[in-house]
Design a protein around this ligand. Sequence first.
Ligand code: MSP
Length: 510
Amino acid sequence: MPDKTFYITTPIYYVNDKPHIGHAYTCIAADVLARYHRLKGDDVFFLTGSDENSQKNITAAQTAGYTDMEQYLAIQAAVWQQAWDGLNISNSDFIRTTEERHKKGVYKFFDLVNKKGDIYKGVYKGFYCNGCEAFVTQSDLMEGNLCPIHKKPVETIEEENYFFSASKYRDAVLAHIEKNPDFIQPTSRRKEVVNYIKDHFTDISISRHFKTAKCGIPLPIDPEQAIYVWFDALINYLTGIGYGSESDDFATFWPANIQLVGKDIIKFHCALWPAMLMAAGLPLPEKVFAHGFFTINGDKISKSLGNAIDPVELCLTYGVDTVRYFLLREIRFGEDGDFSFDRLKERYESDLAKGIGNFTSRVLTLAEKVPVKDLEQEESLDDVEVKIMIEEAWKTYASALDSCALDDEIKTVWECISWGDKYIEQNKPWELIKEDPTQFANTMVLLLEVLRHVSAMVYPFMPDTAEKLWRQLDIEAFERTHASEQLIEWLPGTVRNPSKGESLFPPLIS
Ligand code: MSP
């Protein structure tokens, strides 16, 4: 039985459209961390899902001509789950906020907070942005009444609502952030959150009258009101692992190890969410990591610009692993970056076709010349050097992943590949075949061992490529053997029966 658990979440997505590469980015990053922890043998739960109690979804359903909201949501939720399947996202579950299990958990949570005395009735007078699905203050607005994110006029609202006494937890949340430097990552985001809490964190309206909110979970203490979509949505992180239902998963996996979010929603996750958890007497997640935003050829991804790129279509053209690799390698995780097809093609050629593809093909072509199982290798100085190189690479790799430096993790693998390429150049194994068969054997055993480690290292971000490599190296995938630790141990000579298969990254047509 694994002795460590690892729980990772993505935000739940509004399903009013199909996913674009910005959404896919969060899921791919979470998938890399989930797969890495599985590789280490941890018991992993990886949750994603759909945020369905949102007015955006209603508007989209009406525009698409649906009269049956349930039908529309079911279709859309399936579109998103299928997109994640197409991107090889290995989520353990997909929570929908219109599911009964979610509603049950929201009620349980609300009841606790209410019993604590943290819910009261008041009058909300202010602004609401339908794009953000959030109440906004005057100081947030641009040019009088425009939401700074959606650049659209906000709604003015005055109604009797229920409030959550968030301000009661203001100092406790600030103290938690101060005491736990890892709680908000990257560190550059911490100041922004702290300033927000200090200057703007007040009690928050957590319901809207059904007259104005067209959907939502009815408030248990006043069914004429719907629970505010963010209060409802954040609780998915608990209900998705069984909170409020009969399941052991909640006890096993909460608190989450990492909650990945985009930078636009960090305040909800690092101010409101911790206050809610404190009110319900639940522990806080270990870390909230906010990644940056993708632009496309320099422009914001937006419906009106019509520039959204469908990640599933992109995979059909370039391959799933190319897309996963490119999105993670191209920009530093945590910072903003640009997506361009030219850069994608450049990276395909240089890093994938000429990098890992070429290295694999060189090693396996040489290995096929003399059956490796007939080779007798000796221990040599090079063995020790390469063993240290690989062990160091695993350490750098692990620490990059532990700090969510996903691009650094990838760079480490490519350093091993470059090492292998240089080793081939220096040792010229094609000459050794005749001149020094023992040295040829040593060289090949080392190169195959390096390739075996590369195959394990690429698994979290390029799972299909890892599978192809495992087939070519004739080693069982760890999922089938459950011997994952062997993948990261230095075991020269493990690969006995390699065969060159299909090219990993053939030249692009076009
Ligand atoms: N439903 C809320 C989240 C509730 S979580 C309790 C939401 N949904 S969303 O569909 O609008 O966004 C989901 C995620 O996609 C967010 O993390 C957001 O930051 C991310 N992205 C949306 N556009 C993006 C880019 N252009 N680039 C990178 N990530 C982007 O917010």
